[in-house]
Ligand binder design. Structure first.
Ligand SMILES: [Ca+2]
Ligand SMILES: [Ca+2]
Length: 102
């Protein structure tokens, strides 16, 4: 499969896997968000960007509609913010090897 297609499928699959609510609306609550961060974000670079160590803080930042959970739209915003920050660090000219994702 083409790389971009794989990325899109991964984003959707990851969200659905962690947000899973039987029958209810699919959203990430704090516990689910914490699990997702723990398993799917490994490098310190990305962890620092969205403060994965403090789920309360991360939730405040990601929960745009203030319903206490992260929906797919809010999750996409998080992924795109991470991508932008990685892009910035990459094009910034500083050869920072530590910025490489694991
Ligand atoms: Ca859920
Ligand atoms: Ca929300």
């Amino acid at each position: 499969m083409a790389r971009l297609e794989q990325v899109i499928i991964n984003i959707v699959d990851i969200f659905m896997e962690y947000a899973d609510d039987e029958g209810k609306k699919r959203q990430l609550n704090k516990e689910e968000l914490k699990k997702l961060f723990e398993k799917e974000i490994q490098s310190d670079e990305f962890k620092g960007k969205i403060n994965t160590g403090d789920v309360e803080e991360a939730m405040k930042m990601l929960d745009q509609n203030h319903d206490g959970e992260v929906n797919f739209r809010e999750f996409c915003r998080c992924v795109s913010a991470l991508a932008r920050s990685y892009y910035q660090s990459k094009k910034g000219g500083k050869k920072d090897k530590g910025a490489e994702p694991q």
